[in-house]
Design a protein around this ligand. Sequence first.
Ligand code: ADP
Ligand code: ZN
Length: 519
Amino acid sequence: MALTKEQVLKQYFGYDKFRPLQADIIDWVLYGQDCMVLMPTGGGKSLCFQVPALMMQGITIVISPLIALMHDQVQALQANGIPSAYINSSLSGAERFAIERQCKAGEIKLLYISPEKLFSNGYLDWIKSLQVSMVAVDESHCVSVWGHDFRPEYTQLHVLKSALPNVPFMALTATADRVTRKDVMTQLGIPEARVFISSFDRPNLSLSVQPGRNRLKTIQKFIQERPRKAGIIYCLSRKNTEQLADSLLKVGISARCYHAGMSTDERAKVQDQFLRDDIQVICATIAFGMGIDKSNVRWVMHYSLPANIESFYQEIGRAGRDGVKADTLLFYSYNDLIVRKDMLAQSELPAEMKEVQLAKLDRLKQYAEAEICRRRILLSYFNEEVDHDCGNCDVCKNPPIRFDASVLAQKALSAIARTNEKIAMGMLIDILRGSNNRRIIEHRYHEIKTFGAGRDLKYEEWADYIQQMLNSGIMDIAYDEQHAFKLNNASWSVLKDGKKVQLVRFRPFEEKQAEREAN
Ligand code: ADP
Ligand code: ZN
């Protein structure tokens, strides 16, 4: 007797009921139709093809670009008594041969294969010779140049549909805006596929953005306020993860780094300790979290700006998978943005793809600089309609207060003009606040008219306002001249034509935090 989908769910996965959409998607596949499944990370995409794979005659082919993940997924399936295997470049010839034989003999229900392998050594013909029940393309946004993670080897996948015209296809992804979504279906040769979209909203995740000053201190405080609560800090480079983990260890926080440069054993060990709550904090590059299934991650931080909203959303999505409240914090500075732009400029992407990625980066900048509900921005990015503010982001909890900062801006710009556009942040603030340090005397900056004109503001207030001025484009910064500030047309209209400047009233982190708790 064949099992029902509910019985398969219970017997193989131990769950009592399907999540919204899962049952509909499974029925659709069993009905022999193509579909595209959009669910956020942790939404439960895998079951959408794993359950029908067990119900249908034959073998389900799962295309996945993440070789590291295949192993974990197949291991988990096997642990549940599901005959499954993977073929990728990590296997020896003998191992591969054994698996091929099992597939041929009909002993395997799910075969994971990397796109590279699929298009090598006549694999396609071999697959055609099997009784294929379904094809699932995981991380399917990789086929589209509009996606955030385009993989050239994915573009051949349309061949698969022509080779298996009567087999239902399922494209899965956690992140795709409308344009990417449409392109994925075209590229895979399933333009008419039915699209299943579950909401991307994760209301239990709080959203906040902090200026990138004093990151270490902010992080320390943030963690110390959450004793024993597990969290992940995403960093830009391997070196960053190592340095940050070291600094946190020094102040008694149990932190470890995790990146692709570590050995498999080391990584497995760290991952394991984190899963068992022996380590509180992981400082990781994006390599971390792809496959891990830890439901009680209570917070995720971004030490540096991610590349785009897709990556950002996927990474914060690793927090609060159990549905309990979890916090996210993104550090943002103008400098981070420039670093990302430089990385793109230097990358080997073709020009038109650079442009797509730049536009995506710009959307993330808008998120970081937002003065409206941040969740609205995220959800509208995924083309989801939102009719209310979330009440669980820093902007909602603490709406910005704007004030006329024209005089303040004039003081700063005038100091830049009078020092011939040669000074950077620290010196500018010292001049405005009238500090008598050696370098000021050396350059006779204490003799200029604006020296001490901004004594009424604290150092950090000036730093915040200058950052805002940069972000809003009323002055520039020359990264190739030791970060010296430069005046532009907008600066001169402030200085000469009395153009008004509005800035957001500075509030220290502690104060914001206190207000947030009071609300
Ligand atoms: P995704 O691939 O969308 O990121 P997964 O398929 O890895 O998500 O599922 C995330 C977690 O949710 C897994 O631990 C999975 O076992 C669990 N899960 C999926 N569907 C259900 C369900 N119907 N009931 C309970 N847990 C589920
Ligand atoms: Zn909000």
